[in-house]
Design a protein around this ligand. Structure first.
Ligand code: NAD
Length: 321
């Protein structure tokens, strides 16, 4: 275990994402305390009580509802899921920006006032922009404010590739990079199946003409959230499990490579922007950013995604709400 003073995790927002994450985190056994905070205090209380009743079935963890800012004291990690979600399959994540920027800014100001040592993990959308805004607000080292980025999208990508190839997703290494949103892209040059680069794997497998399937698979990844929201109104389980992986990597100092949202300071030729790139995640949050050798087309796609995010941050006015 990493040398944290506590393994307390605070979850802000006890809705679909926050409660799904709390459920998965409780079962993971990695936290010793989970505090749920929501402006809807009854919701936080109800979720905490419901979860606490499973206590005999998982390793000891103190689950309770709390109210900020006092709740943030002694937390190793604060995970922010509070805010508006996409109202339906026609609403993009970027359309949530104005309202959620105000919510996230006020939450991180509260965290900073009582626990300036915490690691803050943002999941609220648009996650890249809100992680950027939160970092500007706190001026913390970039490793300590990270977003869930394209960790979920990369998992969706790995699953779709695995289904296509008939191989376990654990033997498929693949990343979606850029905005967690419509401009995200597949880094095809980094895909490995069973330890082989994708093209080599295809030349061994020869069951399909995979090059023609690529655009469909990427589109399925990009549209995943819209499809799920169309069916059931929100997405929660996938993101919950992705958040557990990130929190585990931090609390256990796993130094896992994940495509979290990171502030770039010259990597990939980009500055003053926050988006999903491969990062080493450990006890300090983002320990390092890996500058993968992307092919020129992918470098352009990353720059395009950065440009879209920058234009939207400018719309927020001065970059900070
Ligand atoms: P939800 O409406 O079910 O829950 C949001 C909760 O936030 C509500 O209970 C609300 O009362 C609470 N809240 C609002 N303002 C607050 C504040 N100032 N302090 C504390 N709590 C506050 O929504 P959801 O489906 O859980 O989605 C939450 C966010 O997560 C959305 O922005 C959604 O787009 C995002 N999301 C992100 C990912 C990802 O991969 N990063 C995936 C799915 C959803």
């Amino acid at each position: 275990m990493a040398n944290f003073k506590s393994r307390k995790v605070v979850i802000v927002g006890a809705g679909a994402v926050g409660s799904g994450f709390a459920f998965a985190l409780a079962q993971s056994g990695i936290a010793e305390e989970i505090a749920l905070v929501d402006v809807n205090t009854d919701l936080a209380k109800g979720q905490a009580l419901d979860l606490a009743h499973g206590a005999p079935f998982y390793r000891p963890v103190n689950i309770h509802a709390d109210t900020g800012p006092g709740a943030y004291r002694n937390a190793a990690i604060v995970v922010v899921t509070a805010g508006k979600a996409q109202a339906g399959p026609d609403q993009s994540r970027l359309e949530l920006m104005q309202i959620n920027a105000k919510i996230v800014t006020s939450i991180v100001s509260d965290i900073q006032s009582v626990n300036p040592e915490a690691i803050v993990l943002i999941a609220t959308n648009p996650v890249d922009i809100l992680t950027h805004v939160a970092r500007l607000r706190t001026n913390w080292p970039r490793g300590r404010i990270l977003g869930s980025g394209t960790v979920l999208d990369s998992a969706r990508f790995r699953w779709l590739l695995a289904e296509h190839c008939g191989i376990s997703p654990q033997n498929v290494h693949a990343s979606i990079l850029g905005e967690h949103g419509d401009s995200e892209f597949a880094a095809w040059s980094l895909v490995h199946v069973g330890g082989l680069p994708m093209d080599d794997y295809c030349s061994v497998c020869r069951k399909c003409d995979f090059i023609h399937r690529r655009p469909q698979i990427l589109e399925q990844v990009r549209r995943s959230a819209y499809h799920i929201i169309g069916y059931k109104g929100s997405t929660s389980f996938g993101v919950a499990m992705a958040l557990v992986q990130i929190v585990r990597a931090i609390l256990r100092n796993e130094r896992r490579v994940m495509t979290v949202s990171a502030s770039l300071e010259g990597e990939y030729g980009l500055k003053n922007i926050t988006l999903g790139v491969p990062c080493v995640v450990g006890a300090g949050g983002i320990e390092a950013i890996i500058e993968a050798r992307l092919v020129p087309e992918e470098v352009q796609q990353l720059a395009h995604s950065a440009q879209i995010l920058k234009e939207n941050i400018e719309k927020l006015g001065q970059g900070t709400p």
